[in-house]
Design a protein around this ligand. Structure first.
Ligand code: SF4
Length: 280
């Protein structure tokens, strides 16, 4: 077996343990060529694949373009050439990682829409639980959360909720009964949030969602019920009596982050305007 064939066989063995298959076609060809030319360790192959994918996600110069230019500029040969190229590649990635975040002037690409099928789903699941970050090893505010709806249509790029629930959003028809059945210690005070598995106000009062949550707050004066949102959807609270132990809070970000990452949310002015309307 030739040296190049042996390298290809080694690459095939390691390929599935890397992100190679998620790279675009030109970066894959580039890595194939690197593997044919140099002897790479598994860690080096992994770093190239991860680096290539990072560059793609950051909207930076691609791995294949960078590698081609770096190869053209370098005169030394042999194993030292590979070491030098990989060192320069790692250094460049490090520079990009530690640089302040920049967005293209035209903004990052935005999905056209988030289209979710609305589903009314009976389930045995409990609707209340501890915040997932709570543990004996964290300094915890003991927030509990009610999963009133499962999934969110705001499509924030950094949010994992969309990956949990796929292409549908589920409403629980037994939510009011489940809320009333929640066992709480009447001697204790509870802080409970509702925005764990969706934006708290995005869906308004669909399927009686806000009616059920407001009734729950009215019947549990020892609960402080928080609705955290990135929406401007406050019509329900302007038209209805709101229990005193319920409050709305807004997750805020800079206009740049909102424009580039929080795709279908209300913009900053709209969020502040909605908060103002409710407060007044
Ligand atoms: S609004 Fe909240 S729940 Fe919805 S996508 Fe954005 S971060 Fe996720």
């Amino acid at each position: 077996m030739s040296r190049a064939d042996a390298r290809s066989a080694k690459f095939e063995k390691y390929r599935e343990q890397t992100l190679f298959d998620r790279l675009d076609a030109e970066d894959q060809v580039c890595i194939w060529e690197i593997v044919g030319r140099y002897s790479l360790s598994f860690q080096e192959l992994r770093q190239l694949c991860e680096g290539g994918l990072d560059l793609e996600m950051w909207g930076e110069k691609s791995l294949h373009s960078w590698w081609q230019e770096a190869e053209e500029e370098l005169e030394i040969r042999g194993q030292a050439r590979k070491e030098k190229l990989l060192k320069a590649f790692r250094a460049w990635l490090g520079e990009l990682r530690s640089a302040p975040k920049r967005y293209p002037e035209t903004g990052l690409g935005k999905p056209e829409s988030v289209s979710l099928e609305r589903v009314v789903k009976h389930s045995e699941r409990k609707v209340i639980g501890m915040c997932p970050v709570a543990s004996e090893e964290t300094v915890c505010c003991n927030l509990q959360t009610i999963d009133a709806v499962e999934n969110c249509g705001f499509g924030c790029s950094y949010c994992t909720i969309q990956t949990f629930y796929g292409q549908s959003v589920s409403f629980d028809p037994e939510l009011p009964e489940k809320l009333l059945a929640i066992q709480l210690d009447s001697e204790r005070f509870y802080h409970i949030g509702t925005g764990q598995s969706s934006d708290a106000l995005m869906w308004g009062n669909q399927y009686g969602l806000l009616d059920g949550l407001c009734d729950f707050a009215r019947q549990r004066p020892n609960v402080l019920l928080e609705f955290k949102t990135k929406s401007k959807n406050v019509a329900y609270f302007l038209k209805n009596e709101v229990p005193a132990n319920l409050f709305l809070s807004w997750s805020l970000n800079t206009p740049t982050i909102i424009d580039n990452e929080e795709h279908f949310t209300a913009d900053l002015e709209e969020r502040l305007g909605a908060a103002r309307r409710v407060a007044d």
